[in-house]
Every structure is written in C-alpha cells, then in structure tokens.
Ligand binder design. Sequence first.
Ligand SMILES: *Cc1c(COP(=O)(O)O)cnc(C)c1O
Length: 393
Amino acid sequence: MSAVTQSCSLMNNYSRWPIRLVRGQGNTVWDEQGNAYLDCTSGIAVTSLGHVPPQVSQRLHQQLDQLWHTSNLFEHPLQEQLASKLASLSGLDRAFFCNSGAEANEAAIKLARRYQQKVKEEWRYEIITFQQSFHGRTLATLTATGQEKVKDGFLPLPEGFKTVPYNDLDALAAAITPQTCAVLLELVQGEGGVIPADRDWVKALVRLCAETGVLVIVDEIQTGIGRTGTWFACQQYGFTPDIISLAKGLGSGFPIGAILAREEVAEGFSPGSHGSTFGGNPLAMAAGLATLETIEQEQLLNRVGELHHKLFARLEQIKQAHPGKVAAVRGMGLLLGVELTQPAADVIAYAREKGVLILQAGPQVIRILPSFVTTEAELDRLAAVLDQAIAEL
Ligand SMILES: *Cc1c(COP(=O)(O)O)cnc(C)c1O
C-alpha cells in the first residue's frame, strides 16, 4: 500500500485500504488481480442499488447520447421531474440541486439564514449542531461537525455555530437564543458511530424549535433515500423538517446533492442568491430519477426492512455468542453498527482478508451498509465472517 501511495501523484489526505478496485456488479467488486469482494460498504451508503444497477445504467446511457450539461441559465425538464418526485415523497415543496453532501448542507445553512434574515426579517444566524455529528468538509460544514479532528489545522473557522450534546434536551434548550437560526441534526449519526436519535428527544426538539422560531434541518445525506427503510428517516420519527439535505444514495454513485424545503422557507432563496454550475446536471438528474423509480418498482423499501430484521437478529446472536466482546448492536434499516469493547480495525481487516468489505465509525464501532439488493446468502456470508472475526479477537 505505502509503496503505491508514495510513488503516485495523489495528495495524501486519505488513509486508503490496499485494494485497487476496477469493476463492480451487484454486491461484488473486483480488484486488479481479479479478486472478488462482497461489498457491505456501498461506497459509504452511496451504491444502494448495488454496483452498476441496470436500470440506472440504461437511463444514464440514454442521457449520455442526449445532453450532458447546459448550466442553470435554462429551464430543465429533468430537474423539474426529480424535484416534484422528491417533493411528493418527502411532503416538502421545493428542491435545490447541487453535487455533494457538504454542498447540500452549505445550501441548507445558507437557506435557513436567508429565510430568517430576508423573509422573517429577524437577525438570526446561529446554527446549533450536536457532538459526534458529521456534516461535511467545507469550512462551514466542518465547523458544524461535532468532531474536533476535522477542524485540526483549519483555523480560523466561520462564526455562528454552536455544538451541544446529542439526545440532551436541557443542553439544547439552554443553547437557543434570539439569534438561533436553525438546528441541524442527523437522526442516525453515521460517521459518529451509528447512534440513533432518541424518539422522545426528537419530538421535544421539534416542539421546542417551533415555539422559538428555530428551523429544523435534518441531514439525511446518509439516512435518506431508503437507507433506514423509509424514504427519509424523519418519516419514522413522525415529523416533517423545514429542510432536508440529501446526497449519497440519491444517484446510485453518480455525484448529486439536494436540499428540500417547505414553501415558505424556500422563499429565502430569490434569483441570484445561490447557485451551482453543475447543480441539477442532466446526467445527475437521470441517475436520481432512475434510482427513485427502481426503489419504487422493485419495492426495495420493504426489502430494506426484511434485510434489517434478518441482519439485526444475526448480529444480536453474535453478541450473545461472544460475551464481553460486543458492547451494542444498533441502527436503523441497513445502517447498522456493532460497538465492540476493543478496536474495530482488527475485525475490519480480518473481514477484508476473507473478502468481505465493512466500514468503521469511530474507534470501536463497525459500520455495515449493505446494498438494498443484498441476498440472504450474502448476508449469511457477512454474518459468518463477522462471527469468526469477533471470535478471533
Ligand atoms: C457523507 C456525509 C456528509 C458529507 O457528504 P459529502 O458528499 O462527502 O460532502 C454530510 N453529512 C452526512 C450525514 C454524511 O454522512
């Protein structure tokens, strides 16, 4: 690994695994030597339909022969279609398209501030976020992120962000001031260790924000587009946020980001107030539309629920079978975490040697993100390898 990394011209900002992947189909990826791996990472919650899903591939090929890029100087039929599809699935009214998760959260933060300052005419700017959260790597979104490691060496950071403990109502209530603009939260903290939000806390948070004129932005970049078994995780928490940010699973691997907002909030953006050259690009829109249609046509939300129950039960069995080694099994849908009592890196490396790819989320947490088209046999293989890996600890 190090020989390759040091001799090539890439910057050294990733700690990469020593695997060079060149092809993928379904839930299998192959390296340059032709070794096959079962992918239970989905490219970090992106390739939810597996690799090179035929419906999306077909749609992209059609679009490749038709039109690639026009800029947002023109109207876009595919943008309008994807926006109205996302609106009807979420219960929100309007969409803005961009190219990544960080960019979606930037847009959400900008929209929240502009709504408060221009529509409500209130001087509110502060964004409250939560410890262990992850919201991206741009300067604003890394400031919003509740983890110190992403901020190291990047000072000075933008003003107007405050981080409080997750699942703690008193801390949130104490942090809200007349200058608070919005709360930004994940309903399952993904990078932070697969930590679901407490249901009563979320209910109280939504009520508190409504009472104090604070917007609720839900970062569904990892949880959205079916990953938790419903289109959006907020639907399982029983509320509709003011703004939702999306990216990862929306394009099946084609880069795309989006925010959705309710009508009044969306009025915060007027012509010229925000934009993106590539945002809403026809290829990305084709990938997004084909992804949503495939999830609907193949009833994959039900499938996520079924796979969740099966995998969660197997992980609980593994926990029972190895007393003292597994601290907790948690998560929603196919965003699952296994918290160990020792470093997770050893289990992940062991699984990789056995040809199964899984992720880490914090020092002692294994994160498992299978695609929605994972077979029962593939889940059995994943569970068997995890069982062996944990036994070896
Ligand atoms: C991945 C992720 C982001 C950042 O997305 P990028 O596309 O890498 O910019 C933001 N929020 C959450 C919850 C994420 O999981």
